[in-house]
Design a protein around this ligand. Structure first.
Ligand SMILES: Cc1cc2nc3c(=O)[nH]c(=O)nc-3n(C[C@H](O)[C@H](O)[C@H](O)COP(=O)(O)OP(=O)(O)OC[C@H]3O[C@@H](n4cnc5c(N)ncnc54)[C@H](O)[C@@H]3O)c2cc1C
Length: 411
């Protein structure tokens, strides 16, 4: 512990958090199922922004982030205390996950001082929402195969191409986009990242409908979109480094459940399932109890891993392959939780009447779980990363790694 991190300091902090939450936040049980799957409705978004503003203004946003960029420069112990107190309250944080979990850490690591000072405080306050413009119709798992082009024109770059599956693009103010700036070199080398204003002329956002019923992601078209040269993030043609940074942070964020926003203490899913088992009269059933216990253990392990990853990030350690463990096991756990809920709900998990919030919540959870497993890298890709980087297995053969991008079959 540091000098500012004494037990008294943490206790004072706990009381301040408790008081703030009691006055400003809604309890989960009182609020019904307010955490929208996609954060897509105008009311939900407005409410989420108001919430994030109040969190920031009260000094509870970006607890462990640097003060000069709007954070509080506090410790992971403060974050843990906040998480403990926030358990049981609605945290409408989903619209800020990409902003705070992926884009802000990328700017902190690769952005210019001006970009950090201009954007990060507004991101932490919820005044700016960002999206991540990486995937394309022909470049998902192999995002280095992207073909969206950026061409220099004086003090600007001109972007043409298409992105897809862009979460939150329909309400984002800015995006981090990766583009092809040099097709003469191998695919990982000619990539450049920019900040793009999503309201720029030439940007067209078209929502995609998901099987859960929501429209959380979009296809985004870029037609001669002009971006100032000052919006370059990192180095020209070396944007793959920054992109890897964003992807690593994404896995940590998805695995840790919330991009530095401080959500839950690691038993939220178990708590809700146990409540459901009690409601439907299955809490004394041996098989249900065994599955519940196993889910509890996995959820706690994931929470501990997340805490370790966040502490590592705060100590300046770049996110490593453990982000892939968190991402993989988080998505597998999500699927198990949804499956168990369906078995507890029996037929009312398939068909229900108005007011049966549990059924709606769990049906959406089930339908959203495959997407959750794919977002941020599929389970197969996570296993590849773990095989290569953690287990030291031979690398997958990559026939197009060392030839100019213009000569690859993708192109
Ligand atoms: C809910 C959701 C939100 C998303 N949000 C965003 C976002 O905000 N921004 C963004 O840029 N993207 C986003 N994505 C896109 C996501 O990153 C991609 O869907 C993902 O990387 C997979 O790419 P793909 O869909 O093109 O599938 P593909 O890469 O075409 O993969 C198809 C199948 O082949 C398998 N496969 C591919 N390569 C290999 C390999 N080398 N070894 C073994 N198996 C392999 C995959 O595992 C998968 O099963 C989102 C996706 C979802 C589902």
């Amino acid at each position: 512990m540091t000098t500012t991190d004494t037990t008294t300091d943490l206790e004072d902090f706990r009381l301040r958090v408790r008081d703030f939450l009691a006055r400003n936040a809604k309890r989960v049980d009182a609020a019904g199922d307010e955490e929208s799957q996609d954060g897509e409705t105008v009311d939900y978004l407005t409410g989420a922004r108001v919430w994030q503003n109040s969190l920031f203004d009260a000094g509870f946003s970006g607890l462990s982030w640097p003060k000069e960029y709007g954070g509080q420069s506090l410790t992971m112990h403060h974050q843990r205390v906040f998480n403990e107190e926030a358990n049981g309250y609605v945290m409408p944080s989903s619209p800020f996950m990409v902003t705070l979990g992926m884009c802000a850490p990328t700017l902190l690591q690769y952005g210019t001082e001006e970009q950090r000072r201009t954007h990060v405080p507004k991101m932490l306050r919820g005044d700016e929402i960002w999206c991540q413009l990486f995937s394309e119709p022909g470049a998902g798992s192999d995002v280095a195969g992207l073909t969206t082009k950026a061409v220099r024109d004086g003090d600007e770059w001109v972007i043409n191409g298409q992105k897809v599956w862009t979460s939150g693009a329909h309400f984002a103010d800015y995006g981090l986009i990766v583009t092809r700036t040099n097709p003469e070199v191998p695919k990982h080398k000619g990539i450049t990242m920019f900040i793009v204003d999503m309201k720029s002329p030439g940007v067209t956002v078209r929502p995609l409908r998901q099987m859960s019923g929501g429209s959380g992601f979009n296809e985004v078209f870029f037609d001669d979109v002009r971006v100032p040269a000052a919006n370059l993030v990192g180095e020209i043609d070396n944007g793959w480094m920054a992109a890897i940074g964003t992807l690593m942070n994404e896995r940590v964020s998805i695995g840790a459940g919330g991009g530095g926003l401080g959500r839950g203490t690691g038993t939220a899913q178990f708590d809700r399932l146990a409540e459901l088992a009690t409601k439907v009269g299955r809490i004394d059933d041996g098989a249900a109890r065994t599955e519940l216990a196993s889910i509890y253990v996995e959820e706690r392990l994931l929470a501990i891993l997340s805490e370790r990853m966040r502490a590592g990030l705060k100590a300046g350690k770049a996110p490593g392959p453990e982000g892939s463990i968190a991402k993989l096991s988080g998505s597998e756990l999500g699927r198990r939780v949804a499956d168990m809920a369906m078995s507890l709900l029996a037929e009312s998990g398939q068909a229900w009447t108005d007011g049966e919030d549990d059924s709606l919540h769990w049906a959406q959870t089930l339908l959203g779980s495959p997407g959750g497993a794919i977002a941020g890298g599929t389970p197969e890709i996570m296993r590849n990363i773990l095989g290569e980087r953690s287990l030291g297995l031979p690398k997958e053969p990559q026939v197009d790694r060392d030839i100019p991008f213009k000569d690859t079959r993708t192109n």
